[in-house]
Design a protein around this ligand. Structure first.
Ligand SMILES: Nc1nc2c(c(=O)[nH]1)N[C@H]1C(S)=C(S)[C@@H](COP(=O)(O)OP(=O)(O)OC[C@H]3O[C@@H](n4cnc5c(N)ncnc54)[C@H](O)[C@@H]3O)O[C@H]1N2
Ligand code: MOO
Ligand SMILES: [Mg+2]
Length: 676
């Protein structure tokens, strides 16, 4: 039987460990304990997140909220620490408001087990219960006590977690139609991950309504999963529109990790070795079928001889040009005129450069050299000779699987040099680009714009950037804000492309139809629908089985947002699916040439990075106003500055409201570095 896969998270509550994470031992110990209690037949525990927080109510609750609302569907959260009588011990008080259902039985089991070991456990004040569909248990802080307490529960926890989550077979979930989905939503309540308001001290979080699948089917489930959250249903009544996004806000890193997780390698194909091979990644080791050079060749223009002869006058008995054919053998006391790259006559052991010789006499018809004088002594054996295979030996691995065929030419040249006509590579991804919106018109439409119309700048900009990265593109045009139209364009496009990029229609407007169309009409899975970043907050990433897995990046409509998220999320994914090991754009440290304002969200400011020959450092200048509607902010940009959120910076910078001129930040390089 397939084991039940359960996700666990650990929150280490310790002021000491939060300052010095290396001082924590409980994290590893508990993780190992979960692994040790996983069995191939019934349950596998996976610790998918670990957080270390100080003994601080807000910090503990903040960690719980991010975990509960994060991308990982958690079955269990254990905290360790802060359950005693000390003034700072606050964990049970911080956790309790999250528990919609308390579980005194679990508490009792932990206490009675540890009372058997030490009477001090009388002073542990654990709480346990269920928040939404996640079981939460507070363990004591000592590593020994924590594992003992967890040990008292571990046999029962899988059952408790399955019950709490109401998990059901994924096959059931994926085969259900919209109708059954709606029925489900009507029947079941939503788990809300928030502290109960009565116990809560004024700290507000955004909440997501979970629509976890609940099965009443009694057949044995094999694979356990959850139903995904749903967006506005297509055609919802006005009063039922969401007033808050139901999609949890993920970090840029979490978003990138989810994309990387879902990105698969393209299939392997044979490609011809020519100039079109640039940008491909090899899917095989390439072995030389021939040696280079294939014969003993001269490195210089001069005279071939037997090296031991030394200085003196020699008859010129033959000529070897760099051309195919046969050359007569050479004996000691003779020389043969030879050109660079030409084969050595059999018997010759070295070549002397023409500059180290004098012409002594000509043939009678004065057409050929008769004798030359060699002016140098001590000629080495093999001097100026390229031996067979001295550049590449037959059988050598010249290029390896994973090597990129660069635009510099070295790889194509090497393949050509050993006679390779075809190589195995990962196929290139085909990317479809679709603009959406009733207001969007083709950029070259003649005539003035009518009120509310806007020219489509996203599609040309995105198609250019994708093509320039070497991927195949398909222009999918403009979709109107009609669910049916969007659906049929997407379904058709999925037949011919690997990846679909759309822009617009992903935020909170009633005509923002991308998310509901992907979920309900395409039966897709939205892996995230909001990212903590500026620009690009409503960026959405989904996969659909069609029948192979295809990726959909639904980028925001604002032009600067679309370009930033394309470079940050889409292009790395395309590169990964083509086999690039280093699929992200390079990150460098740059000096800012002007004050760079800080935003509450982590911000990616468009910038021009150049090398300054005076101080030998990279410098960045801004590109003017950074509003996400202003595509001009990407004009001249070869990078984005990775600006921290204002709450993440030092007090001094927070007061200034900027990273001041002359200080440094990280930049992600999209293009070539400029020169001063
Ligand atoms: N109530 C809220 N409103 C908005 C939020 C929010 O969180 N709550 N987020 C804002 C942010 S941030 C962004 S970014 C935008 C994203 O909007 P959508 O992705 O839904 O895109 P649209 O509404 O369709 O268009 C936004 C903007 O971009 C223009 N646009 C669209 N397509 C194109 C194109 N192909 N070429 C040029 N310009 C285009 C469109 O006309 C709009 O002006 O939502 C905020 N709202
Ligand atoms: O997140 Mo939006 O892309 O800033 O305007
Ligand atoms: Mg919108």
């Amino acid at each position: 039987m397939t084991p039940t896969k359960l996700n666990a998270a650990i929150i280490i509550v310790s002021t000491t460990a939060s300052k010095d994470p290396s001082s924590d031992v409980s994290g590893n110990l508990l993780t190992e304990f979960f692994t040790a209690n996983s069995t191939a037949e019934s349950t596998t525990w996976q610790v998918v997140a670990r957080r270390i927080v100080p003994d601080d109510r807000e910090e503990i609750q903040g960690a719980l909220t991010t975990l509960l609302e994060g991308p990982n569907k958690l079955n269990l959260i254990v905290t360790t620490g802060g359950t005693g009588f000390a003034i700072t011990d606050i964990t049970p008080e911080a956790v309790k408001p999250f528990l919609q259902k308390e579980a005194p039985g679990l508490v009792h089991a932990m206490l009675s087990a540890s009372l058997n070991i030490t009477p001090f456990s009388m002073m542990s004040r654990p709480v346990a219960g269920v928040s939404g569909s996640t079981v939460i248990v507070t363990l004591p802080g000592s590593p020994k006590g924590a594992t003992e307490n967890l040990g008292a529960l571990i046999k029962l926890l899988p059952h408790a977690c399955i019950q709490a989550a109401g998990i059901q077979s994924s096959r059931k979930l994926h085969s259900r139609g919209v109708e059954s989905l709606e029925k489900q939503a009507g029947v079941h309540g939503h788990g809300k991950h928030r502290p109960k308001s009565d116990n809560h001290d004024g700290h507000h979080h955004h909440h997501r309504h979970h629509h976890h699948g609940h099965s009443h089917d009694s057949s044995t489930p094999e694979v356990y999963t959850y139903a995904e959250p749903r967006a506005n249903r297509l055609g919802d009544a006005v009063t039922r529109r969401y007033r808050e996004s139901p999609y949890p806000m993920v970090t840029v890193k979490e978003a990138a990790d989810l994309i990387a997780r879902e990105t698969q390698l393209k299939e392997i194909v044979e490609a011809q070795v020519n100039e079109d091979l640039v940008g491909y990644v090899l899917a095989e080791d390439v072995t030389a079928a021939e040696s280079v050079p294939a014969y003993r060749a001269s490195i210089v223009d001069g005279y071939a001889l037997v090296h031991s002869g030394g200085k003196g006058i020699y008859p010129v008995v033959s000529v070897s040009h760099a051309a195919p054919g046969s050359i007569p053998p050479l004996s000691s006391g003779q020389v043969a005129r030879i050109t660079t790259g030409a084969p050595l006559p059999p018997g010759a052991t070295a070549v002397v450069m023409v500059e180290d010789t004098i012409l002594k006499s000509m043939t009678e018809d004065e057409k050929e050299e008769a004798e030359v004088e060699i002016l140098v002594d001590r000629i080495g054996d093999g001097e100026n000779v390229r031996e067979v295979g001295s550049d590449v030996m037959k059988g050598d691995v010249v290029l390896e699987k994973g090597d990129i065929i660069s635009a510099i030419g070295g790889e194509v040249g090497l393949l050509a040099s050993v006679g390779r006509a075809w190589v195995k590579v990962y196929d290139k991804v085909t990317v479809g680009v679709l603009s959406t919106g009733d207001e969007v018109v083709h950029h070259d439409r003649k005539g003035e714009l009518r009120l509310g119309e806007i020219r489509d700048s996203n599609r040309p900009a995105l198609l250019s950037a994708i093509k320039a990265q070497g991927f195949s593109t398909v222009d999918l045009g403009i979709a109107r804000d009609k669910a049916g139209a969007l659906q049929s364009i997407l379904i058709e496009a999925l037949q011919s492309v690997d990846v679909i990029i759309t822009t617009g229609g992903v935020s909170m407007g009633e005509l923002d139809l991308l998310k509901p169309t992907i979920e309900q009409s395409l039966n897709g899975t939205i892996h995230f629908g909001r990212v903590a970043m500026k620009p690009g907050k409503p960026t959405t990433f989904a996969t659909v089985e069609s029948p192979k897995k295809k990726l959909i990046f639904a980028l925001p409509g604002n032009p600067a947002s679309a370009l930033v998220t394309l470079h940050l999320f889409v292009i790395p994914s395309l590169r990964k699916s083509q086999g690039y090991e280093h699929y992200d754009f390079p990150r460098v440290r740059v000096v800012v040439n002007e004050d760079m304002g800080l935003d509450p969200r982590p911000e990616f400011r468009r910038a021009f990075v150049r090398f300054d020959a005076v101080d030998g450092r990279l410098h960045a200048s801004g590109t003017g106003g950074q509003r996400s509607s202003r595509i001009g902010s990407a004009h001249g940009a070869n990078a984005v500055l990775v600006m921290p959120a204002s709450k993440e910076v030092s007090e001094k910078r927070r007061e200034l409201g900027c990273i001041p001129k002359g200080e440094t930040v990280d930049a992600i390089l999209w293009g070539q570095i400029g020169c001063a």
